[in-house]
Design a protein around this ligand. Structure first.
Ligand SMILES: Cc1ncc(COP(=O)(O)O)c(C=O)c1O
Length: 344
């Protein structure tokens, strides 16, 4: 079986560019972006900044780099970032905040996408030579390890207020902010108004092959350009990739509702077996196998043998993710396979 014959529910990063996207890439106008001369990149950056109501944006090769540039912008070396213990920035970015930014990270316990602003406020340390000063708070919208959960706008507003009271920056890892926008119908600019910096991905649900943007003030993005180059992220005729991103913004945002509906169908299929970790809000179906005879590895291996790929996140934690390349028929097939394996 080749990988394209599987129903691939491991991640929404596995999508392949559509014919329309490839056409847009092939015909993109390009130039040297390190010289600021790629018109397609310039247009993408302006468009994304405008969607979030910010002054500027910077195209980055990955969500991890966009996050890490943001953290270096808002937290000086030796000072502190607060985020939840399951956040991508402290789980999957290979210690980059410490390695590149000298940033000390402290976490609050993760409970899906839920945040208690009082807990966060209670962790903030004041300036002074006797303690690590807190400089920024980061949140993840939607929350990847939190089962695609959406942080309510009101909670984000409370965090903004806390950040303002303490002079802290608020960063959003918005790799899947598009999903939150579609699920909760919150305008992107309303999210944008809450954050000092945001990273947003084109290569997750939106289906572009590469690319993320860091969004912020003109002054921050100017400094970000410098940090990106220092990290080896200066790119040349990258309008080919920016064109894929522009195409994705035009064609693949509203359709995320279809991915959410497919995830809901998968959730409905597995729910009777007591393995749904949290209610499904977006395109991620988190599985908690604590009380099931199969552990995550065993379930993934058995599903693979039947042509369905799922992610193992922990000994008893697995994940299904819907995306552009998962058809209705594929959802039916996956639901039937998982039902059969979970029942056995
Ligand atoms: C929430 C979140 N943030 C950031 C990233 C990093 O993106 P990239 O793989 O492009 O570095 C991911 C990747 O899946 C993610 O899920």
């Amino acid at each position: 079986m080749t990988v394209t014959e599987f129903v691939d529910l491991r991640s929404d990063t596995v999508t392949r560019p559509t014919a329309g996207m490839r056409e847009a890439m092939a015909t993109a106008e390009v130039g040297d972006d390190v010289y600021g001369e790629d018109p397609t990149v310039v247009a993408l950056e302006a468009e994304v900044a405008a969607r979030f109501g910010h002054e500027a944006a910077l195209f980055a090769p990955s969500g991890s780099m966009a996050n890490q540039i943001a953290l270096q912008l808002v937290v000086p070396p030796g000072e502190e970032l607060l985020c939840d213990a399951d956040a991508h920035v402290v789980t999957y970015e290979i210690g980059a905040a410490a390695a590149y930014g000298g940033i000390s990270s402290r976490t609050w316990p993760a409970v899906g996408a839920e945040i208690d602003p009082e807990v966060v406020a209670g962790m903030i340390r004041p300036d002074g030579y006797f303690a690590v000063p807190t400089r920024a708070i980061a949140v993840e919208q939607t929350h990847n390890r939190g089962g695609g959960g959406v942080i309510p706008l009101a909670t984000l507003g409370e965090l903004r207020q806390i950040a303002d009271e303490h002079g802290l920056a608020l960063h959003c890892d918005g790799a899947r902010i598009w999903h939150a926008h579609v699920a909760d119908r919150v305008p992107l600019a309303e999210y944008g108004a809450l954050f000092d910096t945001m990273s947003v991905c084109l290569s997750k649900g939106l289906g572009a092959p590469v690319g993320s943007l860091l969004v912020g003030s003109a002054e921050k993005i100017e400094r970000a350009r410098w940090i990106r180059k220092r990290m080896g992220g200066g790119m040349r005729q990258v309008g080919i990739l920016a064109a894929a991103g522009r195409y994705a913004l035009d064609h693949h945002v509203e359709r995320l509702a279809e991915d959410h509906a497919k995830a809901a169908r998968l959730a409905e299929a597995v729910a009777p077996f007591g393995v749904l970790a949290t209610p499904v809000r977006t395109n991620i179906v988190p599985l908690d196998l604590t009380k099931h005879p199969l552990d995550a590895k065993a379930l993934a291996a058995a599903a693979r043998a039947e042509g369905v790929l799922i992610s193992v996140l922990g000994p008893r934690t697995a994940r299904l993710v819907t995306h552009l390349d998962v058809s209705d028929g594929a959802v039916d097939r996956a639901a039937a396979t998982l039902t059969h394996l979970l029942r056995a």
